[in-house]
Design a protein around this ligand. Structure first.
Ligand SMILES: *Cc1c(COP(=O)(O)O)cnc(C)c1O
Length: 449
């Protein structure tokens, strides 16, 4: 960092990382003394000028680097592992294509994601279909495409898959998702591996269901799967506990003469949004090796957030600042764009984009969107410089569960998406037009004006 960044005066957010710390921890970000905040070699102000705001901007280099370091960690631990990117984190075709080019397969949870994965160039032979309520239509497409693996989440679903595959003259390769009943100690809305959660089958029921699966026509049982939650930063203990239970289950299934040829270890690895000490991929690889390594089976992981989260920013423009006693910075981005603060009380770093603003004196501000909900607040009491109308800010780590969770609430069109790759950038999804926004609505003839 060449520029001296102003230290934060006493504010609610006194423990927040400084701008310099936020930038230093994110290798794709830098500051140009003239152009201001850069993602790789492209000025975010330039993208905003060309594409408008709000705009999601993704770094191809970050996606590649993170995928490569995850693979290196798995290989370093001596694991025979494949990586299946969880498309729900960011289903933009360009993002998925960058990851596909790096050798990632996909984990999909809907027909739409399966189609997106295929459109991005991910081969069917590298696709896993997860989800607690796959429809017959979802399963038909999965079978027609002959995707690599379907993760079944209930005895009922297994009967459905068997009947459907048999009627189509196909054999579905199925992993049984078990619920290991461990607490991943993450936000309650994204905990998925406790007995009270809707996901998977109870681990105690798994042997009988697996045996049933092996007896049914149209199904080739290939292994077991789990996914205990998302944004897991509390260390490896929950993963280890869950994987140890999976290892015991595999041994029991084998002892019963049932075929098990792989273990799907799920996703969930967390990232530091603020100052969380997130586990490194080496820790995950080590936990898998220590618990499942003896089985000698290929393993799979399904990371979403860890790959895509740090690769994206949401660039927004300041509409106005208001408030005499409490300063509100009102952005043109809102909760309909980035839902995570409203939905999970999530903290996102917010950096001014302008070079001067990055070194200006700071004072506390509530950074909010224009939507008619108090929950439409990105940050409270955050140290921000003066941000006159037209100033730009970047909300950090918005590459996962950002655009994919957007809505058009308040009749706000979906924002544009841009991919940066070195010194190049391209719009990878056009901003939704107002015509598009209304295009699918119909007025019945009997409602004459
Ligand atoms: C959401 C999900 C993932 C990805 O979770 P991340 O926290 O983004 O890594 C992986 N597998 C399944 C089954 C999921 O539902």
């Amino acid at each position: 960092m060449a520029l001296p960044l102003t230290a934060l005066p006493g504010a609610d957010s006194v423990d927040d990382p400084s701008y310099a710390e936020l930038i230093a921890a994110r290798p794709s970000l830098s500051v140009d003394p003239v152009a201001g905040l850069m993602l790789e070699e492209v000025s975010l102000a330039r993208i905003a000028a060309v594409v408008g705001t709000p705009v999601w901007v993704y770094s191809a280099g970050t996606l590649r680097r993170r995928l490569a370091s995850l693979r290196a960690a798995l290989e370093g631990a001596g694991l025979n592992a494949t990586i299946h990117y969880a498309m729900k984190a960011n289903d933009n075709l360009a993002v998925a294509r960058v990851l596909a080019a790096g050798g990632a397969g996909a984990d999909v949870v809907s027909e739409g994601e399966l189609r997106a994965a295929r459109a991005a160039g991910i081969p069917a032979s590298a696709i896993v279909f997860s989800g607690v309520g796959k429809t017959e239509r979802d399963l038909r497409l999965a079978l027609a495409e002959d995707i690599f693996q379907i993760n079944a989440e209930s005895a009922e679903e297994i009967e459905m898959i068997s009947a459907l595959a048999s009627s189509l003259g196909r054999v579905a390769r199925v992993c049984l998702r078990v619920n290991p009943d461990v607490d991943a100690r993450t936000h309650a809305k994204i905990t998925t591996g406790k007995a009270e959660n809707k996901f998977g089958v109870a681990i105690g029921d798994a042997p009988a269901i697996y045996a049933r699966m092996a007896a049914l026509p149209g199904i080739e049982p290939i292994g077991i799967a789990m996914h205990i939650g998302s944004q897991i930063t509390a260390g490896m203990s929950a993963y280890r506990a869950a994987y140890a239970k999976l290892a015991d289950l595999v041994r029991a299934l084998r002892a019963a003469g049932l075929p098990v040829s792989r273990v799907d270890c799920g996703g969930g690895l967390g990232i530091p949004y603020r100052d969380e000490i997130a586990p490194l991929p080496e820790a995950l690889a080590g936990a898998i090796k220590a618990t499942l390594g003896d089985l000698g089976l290929p393993v799979m992981i399904e990371p979403g957030r860890w790959l895509a989260g740090p690769a994206g920013v949401l660039v927004a423009q300041v509409i106005l600042q208001k408030g005499a006693t409490r300063r509100f910075v009102v952005l043109d981005a809102a909760m309909n764009d980035l839902l995570r603060p409203a939905m999970y009380d999530a903290w996102h770093g917010i950096l001014p984009v302008g070079a001067a603003a990055l070194t200006a004196p700071l004072s506390p501000a509530d950074v909010v969107g224009p939507v008619c909900e108090t929950g439409d607040t990105f940050a409270r009491g955050r140290a921000m410089p003066a941000l006159p109308p037209g100033s730009l800010v970047a909300l950090l780590d918005a590459g996962a569960y950002g655009a994919t969770m957007s809505s058009t609430y308040n009749a706000r069109p979906l924002a544009a998406e841009v991919l940066v790759d070195g010194a190049r950038f391209a719009v990878v999804r056009d901003r939704q037009s107002y015509e598009d926004l209304l295009a699918r609505q119909r007025l019945p003839a009997w409602l004459s004006p």
